[in-house]
Design a protein. Structure first.
Length: 186
């Protein structure tokens, strides 16, 4: 059942995404539609990078930790396929979604919901939240916490840099529009 659910998600996600886009597209201007479509390939690539990081780095650490704990307690490992995939999903999905942070920040900056100044002011709180999330999804050992926290913090800093680029471009566009308006009224 679990494998069938996973396969159905793989088939349903593109169709669902298309339906969401068809709904949201009607409320966006042409420039906003173009901007949103620019983010889709980046979001897809970051999702794949996050999946690879979670599957090849975080999941093996978590599995080794679980295996060592059962051996230290003198227990016998009995993993069923359902438990294995549940464990895998509970680690891979949150880490993969966390890798979408730069795209989300760029989109929110483009929509003028946030700006680099706000991200700078919220840096300490953001670090704390990211480390907390990393600790929740990684095995309870120091090395695992650090190995998941560092990429999350790097993603935040990349997000801040991308936000600065988008914000600077917005300010230049706004200044050009203001100059044209002043020139036309003179």
């Amino acid at each position: 059942m679990y494998i069938a659910a996973a396969l159905s998600l793989v088939v349903a996600v593109p169709f669902t995404t298309l339906q969401i886009w068809a709904f949201a597209k009607k409320g966006l201007r042409k420039s906003e539609q173009k901007a949103a479509l620019k983010y889709v390939p980046a979001a897809f690539v970051l999702l794949l990078v996050g999946f690879a990081f979670a599957y090849f780095v975080v999941f093996p650490m978590a599995f080794r930790f679980t295996t060592s704990m059962t051996k230290n307690l003198g227990l016998v490992e009995t993993y069923g396929i359902a438990q294995y995939f549940t464990f895998l999903t509970n680690i891979v999905v949150p880490v993969s979604l966390a890798f979408e942070l730069p795209v989300l920040v760029m989109l929110l900056t483009r929509l003028r919901v946030i700006n680099p100044g706000l991200l700078g002011k919220m840096r300490k709180v953001s670090y704390m939240v990211l480390v907390f999330i990393a600790c929740m999804i990684s095995p309870p050992e120091f090395f695992s916490h650090i190995s998941v926290s560092v990429p999350f913090i790097l993603l935040y800093e990349i997000s801040v840099l991308m936000s600065k680029l988008v914000y600077r471009k917005q300010m230049q566009t706004d200044a050009g529009t203001k100059d044209r308006m002043n020139y036309g009224s003179a």
